[in-house]
Design a protein around this ligand. Structure first.
Ligand code: GLN
Length: 304
């Protein structure tokens, strides 16, 4: 498949759709991003690469890191994990509080903020130095030793993190948070602050396109069965109340972040990352989704 040619063609078609939406201004540091940035990088499991635009520029991956924290927690806890967090699509915005009280503090899935906070709590219980151990894991998964947190973005989010504080307090009241609230929130904001380029992001997610095994190092990151389940969760929950729409239009498991990044994987083929900072009303990259919609239409390949 001539991915470079297809990416170029799709990018020409994309011009007609404009660059609509708004940056995630609720995190002050994210509102400073240049909204005309646009990058794409595709890595195949055979280590072929195709790239376009600002694919080598770092951006804040935000909620995309929730898939990697889920991977580590699932690896550690196994199926016990699902006593603390569900696997159902929420159909609500990523930071919504409405279901949590009804569901007695058990988040619908690990990719909404409430679920990711529970995953952070679990990791803090198990890891001796949570921040150091987590960044070491993400470096191992990606094979890129320079991936790091961005303190400036973590602090910026912490200064306005009222909704996340509300979510975690509610869950603590139901007994579904075991550690100190401030410690869990600090870990969560740091996870969200991780920066990557499109190239690095596509490389990081390649193990999920290769049944849990990093295709380069041949290292087993997670078992085949768990890899299948993480992909299923991305398919159903990766875009919050737009997960159905993303499935319908793109037909791949994926995950978005409010930094404007999206990563999607095609099992046994590739991992693709797109970055465009302006978000639609659901908090997902407007141009990123449009690009992937046109891309899977053009390649005629999806998981369906
Ligand atoms: N750090 C962001 C938050 O907690 C992550 C949200 C996202 O990327 N969807 O609001």
């Amino acid at each position: 498949m001539k991915y470079n040619k297809i990416i170029k063609k799709v990018n020409n078609e994309l011009v007609a759709f404009g660059n609509l939406g708004n940056v995630a201004s609720y995190i002050p540091e994210l509102s400073a991003v240049n909204t005309s940035k646009f990058g794409v990088h595709l890595t195949t499991i055979a280590n072929q690469h195709a790239s376009f635009g600002d694919a080598d520029e770092k951006f804040s991956i935000q909620s995309i890191s929730k898939v990697i924290s889920l991977t580590l927690a699932y690896k550690i806890e196994g199926e016990n994990l699902w006593d603390r967090v569900g696997v159902e699509p929420s159909g609500t915005p990523f930071n919504s509080l409405v279901q949590l009280e009804h569901d007695l503090g058990i988040p619908r899935n690990p990719l909404i903020n409430a679920g990711a906070l529970v995953i952070c709590d679990i990791l803090i219980t198990h890891l001796s130095s949570p921040k150091e151990d987590f960044i070491a894991f993400i470096r191992q998964v990606s094979g890129i030793p320079t991936i790091d947190y961005c303190n400036r973005i973590a602090e910026s989010e912490k200064s306005v993190g009222y909704k996340n504080a509300a979510l975690i307090n509610l869950m603590k009241s139901f007994g579904n948070i075991k550690n100190d609230i401030d410690v869990v929130l600090d870990f969560y904001f740091n996870l969200c602050s991780i920066e990557m380029t499109c190239k690095e992001l596509s490389q990081t997610f390649l193990f999920l396109a290769n049944y849990g095994v990093c295709p380069f190092s041949k290292e087993i990151i997670i078992s085949r069965s768990k890899s299948k389940r993480i992909n299923a969760i991305m398919q159903l929950c990766g875009f919050y109340d737009e997960a159905g729409e993303f499935s319908f239009k793109v037909g791949l498991p994926g995950k978005s972040g409010v930094g404007g990044g999206i990563v999607a994987i095609h099992p046994n083929k590739y991992s693709i990352a797109v970055w465009s900072p302006k978000l639609n009303e659901k908090g997902n990259s407007y141009k990123g989704i449009k690009f992937l919609d046109l891309f899977t239409t053009e390649t005629k390949f999806s998981i369906f």
